[in-house]
Ligand binder design. Structure first.
Ligand code: GTP
Ligand code: GTP
Length: 435
């Protein structure tokens, strides 16, 4: 069980500022890896060797008056449901407000530990005035400044005492992160519903139901996974005027955050430019890709139809010919399990590490059988190769004249790597280095 700290409070008290301060250091490290997004509402933090996940619930309060009450309740509910500790932030500069009291009323019913955090307490005067927050009935207020860091150490010392375990650095390590992408109307929502049950389909105008609050892990068909289409990006109020742009951004973001992209195609429409676009983006971003041709129930077909589809896709995607294709019907629940199995398999392929000796034993004979063609009268010798410890398979070939290795030969090596080690669905990167 991961330690989770949720920051709640009315808008503008400084939740995001504290969030950033807590996750900043670790974020900087993790951001160096591709596939980790910047703008999000949860992050990993640590304090005195205890690891925890921080949720900034701020983005979830969408401030139109009639939904406000409701959204407070939801925001607080998320915190109470998910968190080990709740940081209830108030503003020492502006003092106690009615909205603070509304939050407190809900929080008092929680059984989780709640800390009243009086932010913006840079000055001694404000630190001395935090006594008024005792009126919230939630214990001692902790004066801090998210901006300068004052008081945050004392607060964290107390917070970590409530963690049942030391936690782990990244609680979701090793769990595949999946993005489900495709054109409008291809059946994404229907697929999600089949996958994770009807409750996910309840999408209210107030983004941020529990299910979406953090990177939620799901278990379906016996597989553990994370869906990367998160609520942080579903701020409807702000994007009303540009739905098109918004949905593109949303897909890009989900793609960027995922390990494997499941691209849904529509059997009744064939492979369209927009599909090619999504697949191209996923491949460029070095994501695992599975193609799911949906609505297979809805077309006329014979024994050859699937093969024709495959052939056409491979032709149009050339030279990308390694993407698994599953023909499925969400409506008739056909081959849904196979889709998920493929996704898991591609994830395994993407994470696979080939030991150097095995790699060289398999590849040297291939290189000897078909060595790189001599260029400008010079022999090109590949001496050995290694796989780098990167998130997607990357190989370095050490050779005497790396600049003379041309694209066709590189493709030959890639094909041989695939033949020997089976990287179905996963883009492979090759580098040639002087040795
Ligand atoms: N003086 C002072 N200002 C702060 C402090 N922390 C945050 N602020 C300022 O308060 C304003 C609101 O900060 P945010 O972190 O965006 O507040 P928030 O609670 O996340 O706001 P929402 O996203 O609207 O919920 C910003 O202008 C911050 O610079 C602090 O410790 N001291
Ligand atoms: N025949 C058939 N229809 C399907 C299948 N899957 C989904 N549909 C239908 O396709 C339509 C669109 O499905 P949605 O799940 O809303 O598609 P979506 O991709 O989420 O659409 P957007 O929300 O617009 O992006 C609905 O009428 C579904 O009933 C399928 O396997 N076979």
């Amino acid at each position: 069980m991961a330690n989770i700290v949720a920051i709640v409070g009315r808008p503008n008290v400084g939740k995001s500022t504290l969030f950033n301060r807590l996750v900043e250091q670790r974020q900087a490290i993790m951001d160096n890896q591709p596939g980790v997004t910047r703008d999000r509402h949860y992050g990993y933090a640590d304090w005195t060797d205890k690891y925890f996940t921080v949720i900034d619930t701020g983005g979830y309060v969408v401030g139109s008056d009639d939904v406000f009450e409701e959204s407070i309740r939801e925001q607080v509910q998320i915190a109470i449901d998910e968190a080990s500790v709740v940081l209830f932030m108030v503003d020492a500069m502006s003092g106690l407000t009615d909205l603070d009291k509304d939050f407190a009323n809900v929080l008092r019913r929680s059984k989780k530990p709640v800390f009243v955090v009086a932010n913006k307490s840079e000055t001694v005067m404000r630190q001395n005035s935090v006594g008024e927050f005792y009126a919230l009935g939630l214990g001692d207020p902790y004066p801090i400044s998210s901006l300068t860091g004052t008081g945050t150490g004392d607060l964290l010392d107390e917070v970590v005492k409530h963690f049942p375990t030391p936690g782990v650095e990244d609680p979701n390590a090793g769990i595949p992160r999946i993005a489900i992408l495709g054109r409008p109307n291809v059946g994404k929502s229907s697929f999600l519903n089949v996958l994770i049950g009807e409750e996910r389909s309840i999408v209210t105008d107030i983004a941020g139901t529990t299910r979406d609050s953090i990177d939620t892990r799901y278990k379906a068909f016996g597989k553990d996974f994370i869906l990367t289409d998160t609520a942080g990006i579903r701020r409807k109020a702000k994007v009303k005027d540009n739905i098109e742009f918004y949905s593109v951004m949303r897909s890009l973001k989900a793609l960027e955050e995922s390990d494997v992209v499941l691209v849904m195609l529509d059997a009744t429409r064939g492979l369209e430019a927009q599909d090619m676009n999504i697949i191209g983006q996923a491949v460029r971003a070095k994501k695992g890709v599975v193609l799911m041709v949906n609505k297979w129930d809805a077309i006329e077909k014979d024994s050859k139809t699937a093969d024709q589809w495959k052939k056409e896709i491979v032709q149009r995607m050339a030279p990308i010919d390694y993407l698994p294709i599953v023909f499925a019907s969400v409506l008739e629940k056909q081959r849904i399990f196979q889709v998920m199995e493929k996704v898991m398999e591609v994830y395994e392929n993407k994470s696979k590490k080939i030991p150097t000796s095995k790699l060289n034993d398999a590849m040297q004979p291939e290189i000897n059988a078909y060595p790189p063609p001599a260029t400008k009268g010079k022999m090109i010798r590949i001496k050995y190769m290694i796989q780098l410890p990167t998130p997607s398979p990357t190989f370095v070939f050490f050779c005497n004249l790396p600049q003379y290795i041309k694209e066709p030969y590189s493709r030959y090596l890639e094909n041989k790597l695939r033949e020997h080690f089976g990287f179905d669905g996963v883009p492979i990167t090759l580098f040639f280095r002087q040795k």
